[in-house]
Design a protein around this ligand. Structure first.
Ligand SMILES: [Cu+2]
Length: 431
């Protein structure tokens, strides 16, 4: 093969390369040009056990649902870290209760957990409940789905029920005044923004110069086959790998980086002589009183789930250990609440989309000291929408809270766990 043959091959190779690049580019444009409105926070993608065995959110209220920029929205509710927390996940120890919103469209101004101020993470325990209150103010106009969530270290963020919130534009620009310990008030919305931006940008530019220097005109990367043959500390100036000029320019870049660093220290020291390190606050909250012990419950057989008509049927033996009759009021699973009651009780149970009806049979009060076998039936599209029920898992288990109340208005949320069997089986050819 002559020189021209080699050139032809090189041309061909480049052309294939160009076509491949063009293909990737077209694909990227197609993917990016067709954005779909996001209607959830991706929780449906999580495995069912990750939702129903870990936590249960109840009594969640998110209001008001229509505000103007600068006005507050309050999220209240309770999350229980279930005692059924899966052994396949790392134990829940540190967690962070947070609003789950699409980006910085709100500013969180206040958060309490079990009545205590909780600016950061908290230590948590299985079986305990965490009553939360979060206040956030509207920042960027739009319509957003807002959930409370609990981010558990080692597991991820588990979300509660959500509500659509509309932020209308306001005549007044958003501001977030904060009073410093010195007594001076600053606007957190734009405080130091331009300095932070330009300073970061300067560091970025330095990094880009370094990267381009070594990748575009230099053969360091493209001749990997050659460089990989050289000893680690061989600059190989004889083959033009790293020359004296390169050393010079790298020293200049390193010098600039050091000047930026030292300059930054001097500037900070002179401009802000009084400083406090950023605070890391970890608190263990007092546990909320879970109320009197009035009932016990356990599964008396496998639950069944019929995906065809979206119906979950569970069997429990409920024992009344109080001195007055009790009734089963709700079944709470992950971010959903199913209510044995009227429209009013459903309205109070949480954001309407995540509330459904619960049928209890027999729906009669359980006398003091008695144990009654009850069948709980729920028909709801939420099971499929949120992917709550395992239908094809190595552990076919669900868990939740049974809310039981007596005539005196006392109530208890009893953790229940049950095996669940699907009633429909579909062919599955891929794992
Ligand atoms: Cu959502």
């Amino acid at each position: 093969m002559g020189i021209s043959g080699l050139q032809m091959m090189e041309k061909e190779r480049r052309w294939t390369h160009t076509r491949w690049l063009a293909g990737v580019l077209v694909l990227a444009v197609v993917v990016m040009a067709r954005p779909q409105a996001a209607n959830a926070h991706g929780e449906a993608a999580d495995q069912p056990f990750l939702k129903n065995l870990t936590t249960a959110f109840y009594d969640v209220q998110i209001s008001p649902t229509m505000i103007e920029v600068g006005q507050p929205v309050t999220i209240t509710g309770t999350v229980r870290i279930l005692s059924t927390w899966p052994y396949t996940l790392s134990a829940p120890e540190t967690a962070y209760i947070t609003p789950v919103v699409p980006g910085p469209v709100f500013a969180l101004t206040d958060r309490t957990v079990n009545g205590e101020i909780a600016p950061g993470s908290i230590f948590v325990e299985r079986g305990q409940s965490y009553q939360f209150k979060m206040v956030m103010v509207g920042r960027i106009p739009g319509r957003y789905h807002v959930h409370p969530g609990i981010a558990v270290q080692g597991t991820g963020t588990l979300v509660g029920p959500g509500e659509w919130i509309t932020i209308e534009p306001s005549a007044v620009a958003f501001s977030y005044p904060v009073t410093l310990l010195s007594g001076k008030t600053i606007n957190l919305e734009d405080y130091g923004t331009s300095f932070v931006w330009w300073w970061s940008f300067a560091g970025f530019v330095l990094g880009v110069i370094w990267m381009v220097y070594w990748t575009v005109p230099k053969p360091t990367v493209t001749r990997l086959a050659v460089t990989s043959q050289l000893p680690v500390n061989d600059d190989a100036p004889d083959i033009g790998l790293i020359t004296r000029t390169d050393h010079f320019w790298m020293n200049v870049l390193a010098g600039l980086a050091i000047i930026m660093l030292v300059g930054g220290w001097i500037y900070i020291g002179a401009r802000y002589p009084v400083r406090l390190p950023q605070q890391t606050i970890r608190t263990s909250t007092e546990f909320v009183d879970s109320g009197p012990h009035i009932a016990e419950a356990r599964a008396t057989g496998a639950a069944s789930y019929d995906a065809g008509n979206a119906t979950l049927t569970m069997k429990f033996a409920v024992k009344n250990v109080s001195s007055s009759p009790i009734t089963v009021k709700q079944f709470i699973m992950a971010m959903t609440t199913f209510v044995n009651g009227g429209a009013e009780e459903r309205r109070n149970a949480g954001p309407p989309h995540y509330v459904g009806e619960l049928s209890v049979e027999p729906n009669t009060a359980i006398a003091a000291g008695d144990t009654q076998n009850v069948v709980l039936k729920i028909k709801s599209g939420l099971f499929a929408e949120e992917r709550l029920i395992p239908e094809h898992d190595p552990q076919q288990v669900i868990a939740g809270l049974l809310r039981v109340a007596n005539a005196q208005g006392q109530q208890e949320l009893v953790t229940v766990k049950s095996t669940v069997m699907p009633t429909e089986f579909r062919a599955q050819y891929l794992p």
